[in-house]
Design a protein around this ligand. Structure first.
Ligand SMILES: Cc1cc2nc3c(=O)[nH]c(=O)nc-3n(C[C@H](O)[C@H](O)[C@H](O)COP(=O)(O)OP(=O)(O)OC[C@H]3O[C@@H](n4cnc5c(N)ncnc54)[C@H](O)[C@@H]3O)c2cc1C
Length: 420
């Protein structure tokens, strides 16, 4: 029986990014994906560092060919008619100065297919089939059982199984990881679709905050907000996130709910709506907020949503998944080497980094909802550069440890969670 070095479950951003990074290091993984691409996926607005990572993977030309909207930043509108603006900026490697740059908003069906096709064209092995059970021998994972389109079951063996199954949380649901614990935003519901001809910002040669491709967030009150993410000159992704009891109490079908909300949630959103004829199916997602403990172990590692998702408000999901793919690759290479084979837990550095990033996102979002006015003052005042760094996705290592606002948020949120 052929044994592969690495099998990846899931061909979303986490799976494709992990595969692309492994290939760059000379390891040929197998991706197994149960859906035929292109397939719909929510999550269209990318962070600044996500754009940078896509350039590192030599994907910029292809993304430009797609004519995805250029995102220069995000505007967050409060219910009282004002907003704050966070521009996408990178750090200059020589001077560390902040320099304006840009990223993309993407149509996930085509974006995910581009990532997966690129991985396949560059040499990744691919099978369209469903992972149905991990294979465990003694105390380690040694492969995965798959079911093919014809219904046949087959055992595939590998040195390392990478779980990139997203919200399906393949290994967590089968008791291989530690527990899957509900996240802070587990009682939220997201209802979303797409509209045409929304009123976008007009564009300006001198002011990037007026660029039509920027992401817009509108909130009404804690945990009740909406997004507007342009997907082309005419089509915009629109979504509302609300507490589940509120959604149920409206007693409306999801399209009616979404229609009512976009006209009533925030005046700055309502004035941008020119019609309410949705051009994409209206979908809902709930229970999307969770964290999985002990998400690496003997022969396995979880990447992206397969082990953690907090909340979509500041658009970190795709970035975290892709960045973790890069970090996981370093640990996988170590594991495959002789040095790594002798190491009790070669994935410990990966787990520490991934957790650091996920914690920073959680504290940022919690802090925004608990102290919106303080947060707004930080975003437009002396802490602006810190907030710019966090929104871009500089969430790891020294970059985040030396971010004074992130340190203050951590302290504040830890005290609050401990009830102090
Ligand atoms: C309402 C909402 C809005 C969001 N908005 C944004 C946003 O604006 N920006 C952003 O960056 N992120 C956003 N996100 C988050 C983002 O969509 C995810 O974080 C991201 O898609 C995670 O990538 P992934 O590769 O880990 O998982 P996925 O993209 O979900 O990919 C997982 C893949 O695994 C496959 N799979 C699952 N189980 C199996 C199996 N058993 N066998 C084979 N294949 C399997 C699935 O078919 C899927 O293709 C949002 C999330 C939500 C809920």
């Amino acid at each position: 029986m052929k044994k592969r070095p690495v099998i990846i479950i899931g061909g979303g951003p986490a799976g494709s990014a992990t595969a692309l990074h492994l290939l760059r290091s000379g390891v040929q993984p197998l991706i197994i994906e149960r859906e035929s691409f292109p397939r719909f996926h929510i999550g269209e607005s990318l962070s600044g560092e996500c754009g940078a990572d896509l350039r590192t993977l030599d994907l910029e030309d292809e993304l430009l060919r797609q004519k995805y909207p250029i995102k220069h930043g995000v505007k967050v509108f409060n219910p009282h008619g004002s907003h704050f603006w966070v521009e996408v900026k990178k750090r200059c490697p020589e001077t560390n100065a902040l320099i304006p740059t840009w990223t993309w908003s993407v149509v996930r069906s085509s974006f995910d297919r581009i990532l997966l096709d690129t991985a396949r064209n560059r040499g990744v092995e691919y099978m369209e089939c469903e992972a149905v059970a991990p294979i465990k021998e003694d105390d380690r994972i040694t492969g995965v059982r798959i079911q093919t389109a014809t219904g046949a079951l087959e055992n595939l063996h590998c040195d390392i199984l990478v779980d990139c199954s997203g919200q399906a949380t393949f290994l967590a649901n089968r008791g291989i990881t530690g527990k899957k614990i509900k996240g802070s935003y587990v009682n939220q519901v997201a209802v979303f679709s797409q509209l045409t001809d929304m009123i976008l910002d007009p564009g300006s040669d001198t002011d990037t905050s007026l660029a039509p491709g920027n992401s817009l967030i509108f909130y009404k009150q804690k945990d009740h907000w909406a997004w507007m993410i342009p997907l082309s000159d005419t089509v915009t992704s629109i979504g509302v996130v609300a507490p589940a009891p509120y959604f149920k109490a409206q007693k409306l079908d999801k399209a009616e709910f979404l229609r009512n909300e976009i006209l009533s949630l925030n005046p700055d959103l309502a004035r941008r709506v020119t019609n309410t004829s949705f051009v994409e199916e209206v979908r809902t997602i709930s229970s999307y907020s969770y964290t999985v403990s002990d998400y690496t172990g003997k022969g396995f590692v979880c990447v992206g949503d397969a082990h953690h998702f907090t909340d979509p408000i500041f658009s970190f999901g795709v970035f975290l998944s892709m960045k973790e793919g890069e970090f996981a690759t370093e640990s996988i290479l170590k594991h495959l080497s002789e040095e790594g084979a002798a190491n009790a837990n070669p994935f410990a550095p990966y787990e520490a980094l991934a957790t650091q990033g996920q914690d920073a996102v959680r504290d940022l979002i919690d802090c925004f909802w608990e102290y919106p006015l303080v947060f707004t003052r930080m975003a437009i005042g002396k802490a602006q550069d810190d907030i710019t760094d966090l929104f871009a996705g500089r969430l790891y290592g020294e970059a985040v440890e030396k971010n004074a606002s992130r340190v203050a948020m951590r302290r504040l949120m830890q005290a609050r969670r401990a009830g102090k």
